[in-house]
Design a protein around this ligand. Structure first.
Ligand code: NAD
Ligand code: ZN
Ligand code: ZN
Length: 390
């Protein structure tokens, strides 16, 4: 079959690879009808994950049709239409039973590697390096889905297009979880760093959960415009001093809730902390660039919540712990517990409360994936979200 494969920093290719086969009785094989490129894929493309190997099949936001079913699978059959969350979940372990699906204790077959880096492992993730299980991803014609019954989200065969339900596998529940983590109250001012695809779903979710005001921060004009179209007030961080503007917009109190929807590759111009991050990274003393996390902690009003859907992978420096502690902030974060939210969000799509296609700017055949990765990374051609068709 054909698939998008990682070959090194900045080197993504459209390759021919062996077709996936059933390996376990609980597996199914899905024929992918639509997939997408996520901001998390860019961290892999940019070489931030040392556990990638040449030839790894990428992709963790995908959907399609079940074509083969393992002998132990009862609730799925060939022909079923499914969205596949990026988190592989056994459904039986302590964390799955608590609904903490991205922390499944059984699905990462390389849990020993993850435990070395993070203390304990996350769930196995599709197309996301060997530290999270080394599972082939879904930017491909076919994909093997382990623990299939408790991993996939079944969607109706008609009525909704692929594009309307595809993001249930990642960025929509990710934006939603980030907003849920904010415990939004009707008077809340929420500041969202980033206006990328995840941030766009954070903004929509904050309003759906009743936020009074959302302030969105980025520097890319079309992304800021999309945030404004959703009702947010925007700050261009290259033209305006972020902390001062947030202070002005909140009557000197700071935003009640702050969401870091940027993560480890924050752009920070020539600010003092950016210069330090660069020097530290060059000396291998730091892996992540936590500029946005620092800013969110500094901006947040005392007693507020900092919610972090942006991905961090290793170690960061100069986190303002004094501000965090003395202002009594709550920090909430994590890979998304996709299945905890997916069926509720599907219902909201069916009822017309939101149409997730608003974020799509580019639809291309899978074979043009390498070019699409570059366009998305470089934010060229007004690119906000890419959908690929195998
Ligand atoms: P993206 O790269 O398209 O968007 C990031 C945006 O942040 C860009 O628009 C960029 O201009 C902006 N940005 C950079 N520096 C900034 C700064 N200093 N201040 C404000 N904005 C800044 O990526 P995306 O798809 O929107 O993903 C965003 C983050 O969410 C990534 O870190 C991704 O890995 C993460 N993510 C997490 C989960 C999860 O489960 N928690 C799921 C999906 C994505
Ligand atoms: Zn993702
Ligand atoms: Zn589990």
């Amino acid at each position: 079959m054909r698939a998008l494969c990682w070959h090194g920093k900045g080197d993504i290719r459209y390759d021919t690879v062996p077709d996936p086969r059933l390996e376990h009785s609980l597996d199914v094989i899905v024929e992918v009808t639509t997939c997408a490129i996520c901001g998390s894929d860019l961290h892999l493309m940019d070489g931030y994950n040392p556990a990638m190997r040449r030839g790894d099949v990428l992709g963790h936001e995908f959907m399609g049709e079940v074509v083969e079913v393992g002998s132990g699978v009862r609730d799925l059959k060939a022909g079923d239409r499914v969205v596949v969350p990026f988190t592989i979940t056994c459904g039986m372990c302590e964390q799955c039973r608590r609904g903490n699906f991205s922390l499944c204790e059984n699905s990462n077959r390389n849990a020993h590697l993850a435990s070395k880096v993070w203390g304990y492992s996350t769930a196995g993730l599709f197309g996301y390096s060997h530290v999270t299980g080394g599972y082939a991803g879904g930017q491909a014609e076919y994909v093997r889905v382990p623990f299939a019954e408790t991993t996939v989200v079944k969607v109706p065969k008609s009525g909704l297009t692929d594009e309307q339900v595809l993001f249930l596998g990642d960025i929509f529940p990710t934006g939603w979880q980030a907003a849920v983590h904010c415990d939004i109250e009707p008077s809340d001012v929420v500041a969202v760093w980033g206006c990328g695809p995840v941030a766009q779903f954070c903004i929509k979710s904050c309003f759906m959960l009743g936020a009074h005001t959302v302030i969105a921060i980025d520097r890319i004009p079309e992304r800021l415009a999309m945030a404004r179209a959703a009702g947010a007030v925007t700050i261009d961080f290259e033209r305006e001093p972020v902390l001062e503007r947030l202070n002005e917009l909140t009557g000197g109190r700071g935003p009640d809730k702050c969401i870091d929807a940027v993560g480890l590759e924050a752009h920070a111009g020539s600010s003092m902390d950016a210069v330090m991050d660069k020097a530290k990274a060059a000396m291998m003393l730091e892996t992540d660039r936590p500029h946005v996390l620092r800013e969110a902690i500094m901006a947040c009003r005392p007693g507020g919540i900092v919610s972090v859907p942006g991905v961090y992978g290793g170690f960061g420096d100069k986190i303002p712990l004094g501000a965090m502690m003395n202002k009594g902030l709550t920090i909430r974060t994590g890979q998304t517990h996709v299945r905890r939210f997916a069926y509720d969000l599907l219902k909201r799509i069916e009822e017309g409360e939101i149409d997730p296609t608003f974020v799509i700017t580019h639809t291309l055949p899978l074979e043009r994936g390498p070019e699409a990765y570059r366009t998305f990374r470089d934010k060229e051609d007004g690119c906000i979200k890419v959908v690929l068709k195998p």
